[in-house]
Design a binder for this molecule. Sequence first.
Ligand code: TEU
Ligand code: CA
Length: 584
Amino acid sequence: MKFKLLIILAIILNTGCKQDTTKDIETTKNEIKKEWWKEQVVYQIYPRSFKDSNGDGIGDIPGIISKIDYLDSLGIDVVWLSPHFDSPNADNGYDIRDYRKVMEEFGTLEDFDTLLNGLHDRGIKLIIDLVINHSSDEHKWFQESMSSKDNPYRDYYIWKPGKGTNPPNNWPSFFGGSAWEQAGPDGEYYLHYFAKKQPDLNWENQQLREEIYDLMRFWLDKGVDGFRMDVIALISKPQNFDDMDNEGLKHPEYTYAYGPRLHEFLKDMNKEVLSKYDVMTVGEAYGGNAEKTLEITDERNNEIDLAFWFDAVRVGRDNFKQNEWTLPEFKKLVKAQSDVNSHNWPTFFLGNHDNPRVVSKFGDDSPEFRVTSSKLLAMLLLTQRGTTFLYQGDEIGMTNYPFTSFDQFDDVEIKGNYNKIIASGSTPESYLADLNKMARDHARTPMQWSNTNKAGFTSGDKTWLGVNPNYPEINVKNNLQDKHSIFHFYRRLLNIRKGNDNLIYGDYKDIAIDHPQVFAYTRIGKNKTYLVVLNMSKSMVDFSLDNKFKGYNLIINNLNDDTTTIEHNKLTLQPWEARLYESN
Ligand code: TEU
Ligand code: CA
């Protein structure tokens, strides 16, 4: 009897021990400080393309207001509004003429307040786009600055004399041609990293910095919940203004970004402005490497909260070419940005207004797999570690636009770089083929609301950029009606994520990083582990799991409403199948 008891005791102790070892491996490695902005899912609106309220073919703020209930029903937490400020639209609002005025085509300041209050009433926050690396050349500061060398605003921008009949140096603009343009009565050149109509502001000038702090306070005092900061890593300019060598010219962003005073400027902005409000900031950290990006978001440095890294989103991209890429390559980039130390908090996104549609890049937009792969991408997006950014239209699986000629594009970047790209050996046909993979305009076509005229985007008969011809099938109305739609899948996942500390703060561990078709990872929370298994291919795959996942429950998948428990360690995954399991 005694002996039997001992054996039973030994068995109990033994299993107990075993469980403990697994637990040991699976406890979170870092104590992460909880912050509201770490827990958000942000929905990006490109106002020009979201919803037109007055039939002029251009989206506007009253249009967005009419869709607040839609956003609320999706279940997102924050709206990021791409620039809504007064602008001559050389770059669709990323060229601001007056930082305190609303773009006339978009509405009025009253409309903005109505939008802000409408969102707040439903518990949705609003962050706005802060474009402070450059302004419009039509901004009054620039008009003054250009007027004479002695004007008090002269130093708000960066002016240099030319070298003979040439610009001050060989720096290129991202949007084609030299980064210098001659202007004003005395023949000097001003610096513009982007279009000629986007002169770079001179952050070396203390008074300019104060002006920017003031305009930030203007919007913060209205109650906005933070900023997305456009090309923030570019604001401090390298001061030597030396010519770039050939290597430098291939990727000028590495010369332009992370200038000598960037940290100083960001710390000062934080101290003077941001620290006085409970807001979130996310910087577009284009042009740096991991180490540099981590420095601006390290919480011990008091600069900005979050940054967008582009390595994963732009996998396979080389300037204007989208090359082939492999899944392990992508997974390694995701790991690098998701698995950062406890002093930083990552962001996760798969697309935005500068990149192609996510299903066309990362999924399969063929009729056979568009819905399934869009849902898989929804699961990838909403189970990652980091503040999450969802771009408008991805929640209904909008695809790239089938461009057949150059006059269908609007983008200043495409037009500006045409000559350079043809001169470098591309033919118009090959450039068009490249653009069909990566152009910014894919993400900017009007949101597809219904199967009626112009996809229900406008009541008029024209739109500022063409509507994708697939709108009769791909639209919000269809998605809302069908409970198995992409929209409803997003909604269910958003609901699983909301307030779920295990999923939000859990450690990230890729469990099959070299697998060529399957993206599989765990999110190890304090008292629950999630297992995500994604077949990112159009063939069936057998995938083996470690025994420790036995007993995990399938809580949502993208093929049917089944829920099951893992009994065998071998899963058979259908093409583009996505599964989310939970430990018990
Ligand atoms: O983007 C900066 C940026 O990284 C891109 O312009 C990039 O150079 C390009 O997309 C490569 O294809 C921000 C905004 O997001 C973008 O819309 C603006 O055009 C740009 O800044 C200038 O404000
Ligand atoms: Ca309009």
